[in-house]
Design a protein around this ligand. Structure first.
Ligand code: ASP
Length: 582
């Protein structure tokens, strides 16, 4: 038997027992003859006291950080005054009778007991196997496994069938750049790695599975950010004979189960709002509803204003609670920020003694001032910020200022989930005036907007809504889904609008369109990033902190050196020839 106990589990009940523990030397302190070492294994840390003069303690002074040891000894209570309440094992220690070195370690290139943030991330990733010994990463990876297990359990309970879809496929329709893999057996041809299992899960619905799910690896060749990696894991599901609400109920249940598995409690009921509401009230399609500072429409207040700055299609404001004392520099910085975001300017007033004060006030009538105060619900001590101009810009500027001024740190303010419904079908127009799909081209238009879809042109097309929805947590977009088009005529209409010719459609998605000719059930689905959910549950800003082997911001892996050049023989076998680098 290698060990009798795990280090982090020892406590008062074990006092008097003989134990054997194994682990790494987390720290070592020499106290005039007696040596104190902390031994760390995956369960935690325990203090070991070694007398180098004793027969079993000989050679103990060669122990160094990260040596792997096997310690035999007796558990005893720590002497009065040396108890460490911050440590689960802090009331006991092991008096060692035998110390065995199982493996030596070179001095680690960075300390493992300090803050991870103090170490260069490239260095951490290069020696990720050491970095993983940190309690925070140990905790995060265990949390991640719990999230996955709970999602699987919940989907199984909800009678979903886990199906693995292939990694080597033809291109997917998510709209990002594909990673491609050259084919050796078909020289000059390529597989794409899946951006999502989208097309396969729809085929599974045609195939009669009715309830599919997968925790799927997805790959997108996009620029990396704190919340994005080339490869990421997605909880992916699809349901037949179901609409948006059925899908959302299933996802709500599984996300709730995952949160409960980690925190011990179910999250509060998920909020719900339409995309339009989210834009109007929060200036964002992923509103952080942990805090107020909601945007208020002031159109009615200034409908017939004489103040030129407020003669605009939209005038909106935000009440910043208790910030009337904001200094000049800070207010100027807000103005600069608003301008950088596209506003012509930013008007701010403070409310003191029941009256507004600030530059520009003389342009407002008494009535306007009174209505402004009541529209915003402002009270003494508040600061009000007002932006005027094109509606979308005004909301987005105020939405950004709202986040700047009020957003709590990632690990504060609880978990606030929110469903956002009825996203626009198109997110904008391309240079040649074609609408760009906001989700993917299989998203069902909103039934109330079918006529608009058939008649609208140009900018008006952007008013067409879709049956698509996002799940947002604390201002992070967790994932998206939609009701799908399952009839060939609506699909053709969308392809035509998107400028996808019959030829291109059949080249890219022909197999799906053909499948739809054989009785496609109405279906809908959803997918969300499990890395993001885990990061938020772990209180981490950066998803790399919940991924065992992530890539750096530039997409490199300092540990394995990927990406690397390949052998000329491999290139030849693949029928590839490299151009000299530019
Ligand atoms: N395939 C979509 C995505 O990855 C999600 C969905 O529509 O189910 O964003």
């Amino acid at each position: 038997m290698m060990r009798t106990h795990e280090s982090g589990t020892l406590g008062p009940d074990d006092i008097g027992s003989s134990v054997v523990v194994c682990g790494w030397i987390a720290s070592r302190r020499d106290h005039g003859g007696v040596l104190f070492v902390d031994v760390r294994d995956s369960s935690g840390v325990v203090q070991v006291v070694i007398d180098p003069e004793s027969p079993g303690g000989a050679g103990a002074h060669r122990l160094r950080s990260e040596y792997v040891v096997r310690i035999t000894g007796d558990v005893r209570a720590r002497p009065d005054g040396t108890v460490n309440p911050a440590l689960p094992t802090g009331s006991v220690e092991i008096a060692a009778s035998e110390v065995e070195v199982l493996a030596e370690s070179e001095p680690p290139p960075f300390p493992l007991d300090g803050r991870a943030a103090d170490v260069d991330e490239g260095l951490r990733l290069k020696h990720r196997y050491l970095d993983l010994r940190r309690p925070s990463l140990q905790r995060n990876l265990r949390m991640r496994a719990k999230v996955n297990a709970a999602l699987r359990r919940s989907m199984d309970e909800q009678r979903f069938v886990e199906v693995e879809t292939p990694m080597l496929i033809a291109s997917t329709p998510e709209g990002a750049r594909d990673f491609v893999v050259p084919s050796r057996l078909h020289p000059g041809e390529f597989y794409a790695l899946p951006q999502s299992p989208q097309l396969f899960k729809q085929l599974l619905m045609v195939g009669g599975l009715e309830r599919y799910f997968q925790i799927a690896r997805c790959l997108r060749d996009e620029d990396l950010r704190a919340d994005r990696q080339f490869e990421f894991m997605q909880y992916d599901m699809e349901m037949s004979f179901a609409g948006a609400e059925d899908v959302q109920a299933v996802v709500t249940e599984s996300v709730g189960a995952a949160v409960e598995a980690v925190t011990g409690v179910r999250p509060d009921a998920f909020s719900r709002m339409t995309w339009q509401d989210a834009m109007d009230r929060y200036g964002s399609d992923k509103p952080d509803i942990r805090f107020g500072l909601e945007i208020v429409d002031l159109g009615a207040v200034f409908a017939s204003t004489g103040f030129n700055a407020f003669k605009a299609e939209a005038v909106r404001g935000v009440r910043v609670t208790g910030r009337a004392d904001m200094g000049r520099n800070k207010r100027d910085a807000l103005i600069d920020r608003a301008k950088a975001l596209g506003a012509k300017g930013l008007v701010s007033f403070k409310l003191e003694g029941g009256a507004l004060a600030g530059p520009g006030l003389n342009h407002l009538t008494d009535d306007e001032q009174a209505s402004l105060i009541s529209a915003l619900g402002a009270v003494d001590g508040d600061l009000v910020l007002i932006v005027a101009g094109a509606p979308r810009m005004v909301s987005e500027v105020l939405g950004a200022l709202r986040l700047d001024l009020g957003r709590p740190p990632v690990n504060e303010g609880g978990l606030h989930f929110c469903w956002i419904d009825d996203f626009p079908l198109f997110e904008g127009l391309s240079d040649d005036g074609r609408p760009i799909p906001a989700h993917h081209p299989f998203t069902m238009p909103h039934p109330d907007d079918l006529e608009l879809l058939a008649t609208a042109e140009g900018e008006d097309l952007l008013k067409v809504r879709s049956l698509s929805y996002d799940l947002v947590l604390n201002g992070w977009e967790l994932g998206s889904g939609s009701v799908r088009i399952h009839t060939p005529d609506v699909q053709r209409q969308i392809f035509t609008l998107l400028g996808i010719s019959d030829e291109t459609a059949s080249e890219r998605f022909g197999f799906l369109l053909e499948a739809f000719r054989y009785g496609a059930p109405p279906h809908a689905g959803f997918a969300f990033g499990t890395d993001r959910l885990t990061a938020l549950l772990a209180g981490e800003e950066n998803i790399r902190e919940v991924i065992a082997f992530p890539k750096t911001q530039s997409g490199a892996d300092p540990l394995t050196g990927a990406p690397t050049p390949i052998d000329p023989v491999q290139l030849r076998d693949l029928g590839l020839q490299l151009k000299p680098p530019k």
